[in-house]
Design a binder for this molecule. Structure first.
Ligand SMILES: [Zn+2]
Length: 628
């Protein structure tokens, strides 16, 4: 392949420690992600295209170019959904060429290109009747946001197919934005960040430094009141002075992506200081156990510290995706395993719950408990989440590995093949049943003897592991949240075996999180579990208590939910239908409970069967009077 399909290309970024491995260098052959990608290719990408047509999202471009008559349809930022769909298709084409899909994408690109104005401007909402309003309301109108998604789509498509048409459109649009926003005409910044990371990537691809300067200018203009000065749009302070992660969760996390991208090019210490504070604020005080983010419906915003309601969680799918994207960039900057831990958590749980097993329905909001009325939808009038999860799943190969100076980094565990080249070509075959089992075997096949370091992530969830090289146990210090490094001369046929112990675990939250106070969640490996009513017929799952001494066992169920490891155990049901249906009463001596057998499934798989109550957090305390 002529062009390397990087998700984020830090190959020449001076302050990035890790260089990415392109999508086409990794072949996913696992039983978890590879089938999801097949579903994505066969169902998700085609159905999303049809929905984009049916809802007028593509005809908005044809209307803007005069190919069709009629009014603009839908929300003013609907162009962005097409761009995300193209990005998903481009990543998918990199892993598996498909002429029909490529032709379809090219036809959509033709419609987009024809809609561009002579000065480079392209936003179909403003093409005709609102022409004079262009760039007049950066706070609300998302023009920069839509352009950012266009740049990302164009970059992915060019890297994937070599097709220049959308890239030329994007370059003209970016030059227009650079003219408007970097010549002193406008001290602008977007109400919805996104374009910052896209401009940095466009700089990385084209070498045009102006794009990096514009991205930096947009970041520097925050906190000056140019988009209203409010906290929700992260305009209340200068970025480098931020102490806590606040505001609209997706905007905030996208902004952090852009700021991290700028850091990797500039190495500015004040910027890194802010990013480090924001990350700690998120991970230590404001993130869900699923890696989801954004507690509040109001403003789709982060709450205050420890404000993490479960049934009323907002936790937008896009916010979990943005959490993956940001932590990926933080990892590229540092090589620090903590960031991959958060990436993995958000990927397997808070983001993956956003799409159904059949690949055709989506959550916008991802509660951690529900009474059965929250179901995935085929589409949304504001359809940001569906094509966003599509582009993430389509590009997963790009996150699995990394390289640095003569070192290979194994970030994510999934059965796969990797091809990299230092002075010699090296093939690595990863054999594992992750996330269901923690055994990982890496067969190292350099074309001839080769010196390099192999870094394997010791996941944050894992408390114990063993490492073997060619059958010999290695006494390496192994602790969570870090990479284990083996530096040596590798020969063809070398085999490394990493056995990550993967017991069922109880997780408790900081007691200040009132929604989960005195409760536990179940975790096995990277997966957070939930209890769903359909698996537990004889008690209400919201009434379940798992005693601290209850035995918990993992059992493989090949025919359930496309194959899942379930957790089974004995619990107690404290039936909540109190006498007289009273909401409150004085405590009675000895609460009454029943012994019950319960079954838990991975959270990502909930709401794929008949509706019913679900909860992640269950009771864990109590000294009950046991009946029967
Ligand atoms: Zn969304």
């Amino acid at each position: 392949m002529e062009h390397k399909v990087h998700v984020v290309d830090t190959s020449t970024s001076p302050y990035a420690k890790i260089r990415p491995v392109p999508i086409e260098a990794v072949k996913l052959e696992d039983g978890f992600w590879a089938p999801r990608q097949r579903t994505l290719r066969e169902r998700t990408i085609p159905t999303q295209y049809n929905l984009c047509e049916e809802t007028g999202r593509i005809s908005n471009f044809r209307r803007a170019s005069g190919k069709e008559a009629g009014d603009f349809q839908g929300y003013f930022f609907n162009d962005s959904d097409i761009y995300k769909w193209i990005e998903a298709a481009a990543f998918s084409l990199a892993a598996e060429p498909n002429e029909e899909l490529r032709d379809l994408v090219e036809r959509v690109v033709d419609d987009i290109a024809a809609a561009q104005d002579v000065d480079g401007y392209l936003d179909t909402y403003f093409t005709f009747e609102r022409k004079k309003e262009r760039w007049t309301n950066l706070q609300e109108m998302h023009e920069l946001y839509c352009h950012g998604h266009m740049f990302q789509a164009a970059i992915a498509l060019y890297r994937s197919t070599g097709g220049r048409k959308l890239l030329d459109v994007a370059s003209r649009a970016a030059d227009n934005i650079a003219y408007i926003f970097s010549t002193g005409k406008r001290n602008g910044t977007p109400g919805h960040p996104e374009i910052e990371m896209a401009l940095v990537e466009l700089y990385r691809m084209t070498g045009k430094r102006t794009y990096l300067q514009v991205a930096k200018a947009l970041l520097d203009n925050r906190g000056r009141g140019v988009v209203g000065g409010g906290q929700n749009l992260i305009d209340h302070k200068q970025f480098r002075e931020l102490e806590e992660i606040v505001g609209h969760s997706v905007r905030s996390l996208y902004l952090n992506c852009g700021a991290t991208d700028i850091y990797m090019e500039t190495g500015e210490k004040a910027l890194w200081g802010a990013l480090d504070r924001l990350w700690r604020s998120l991970v230590e005080r404001r993130m869900y156990v699923t890696g989801g983010a954004g507690a509040r419906y109001d403003g789709e915003a982060f709450g205050v510290d420890f404000e993490l309601p479960d049934a009323m969680a907002y936790a937008e799918t896009c916010a979990a995706i943005a959490n993956v994207m940001w932590n990926w960039r933080m990892f590229l900057a540092t090589g620090d395993a903590r960031y991959v831990d958060v990436l993995e958590l958000a990927l397997y749980n808070g983001a993956l719950s956003g799409i159904s097993l059949d690949g055709k329905r989506y959550f916008y909001v991802n509660p951690l408990a529900n009474r059965g009325d929250h179901r995935r939808q085929e589409w949304f009038p504001c359809a940001c989440c569906p094509p966003n999860i599509a582009r993430l799943l389509a590009s997963l190969q790009g996150y699995a590995y990394g390289v640095s100076e003569r070192e290979v980094w194994v970030n994510l565990y999934a059965q796969s093949g990797l091809q990299v080249k230092f002075s010699k070509a090296i093939r690595i075959e990863q054999r594992t049943e992750y996330p269901w089992q923690g055994d990982v075997t890496l067969a190292i096949e350099p074309e001839a003897e080769a010196d390099f370091g192999l870094n394997m992530r010791m996941p944050g969830w894992c408390g114990m592991a063993e490492l073997e090289l060619n059958g010999q146990r290695l006494e390496t210090s192994i602790g969570p949240n870090r990479f284990i490094t083996l530096r040596r001369t590798w020969s063809p046929g070398d085999v490394v075996r990493l056995a990550l112990h993967m017991p069922v675990e109880r997780i408790e939250s900081n007691p200040r999180v009132d929604a989960s106070l005195g409760r536990i969640a179940l975790r096995r490996g990277p997966l957070i579990y939930c209890i769903e009513q359909v698996d537990n017929r004889d008690f209400d799952v919201w009434d379940l208590v798992v005693p601290t001494d209850a035995l918990l066992a993992a059992e493989w169920e090949p025919n359930l939910l496309n194959g899942v490891m379930v957790i089974r155990g004995e619990g107690l049901a404290f039936d909540s239908d109190w006498q007289d249906r009273r909401l409150y009463r004085p405590p009675v001596a000895g609460r009454r409970a029943r012994r019950v057998k319960f079954s838990a499934i991975p959270y990502y798989a909930w709401a794929n069967r008949e509706p019913g109550p679900m909860t992640i957090w269950v009771g864990s305390q109590g000294t009950p009077v046991i009946e029967g």
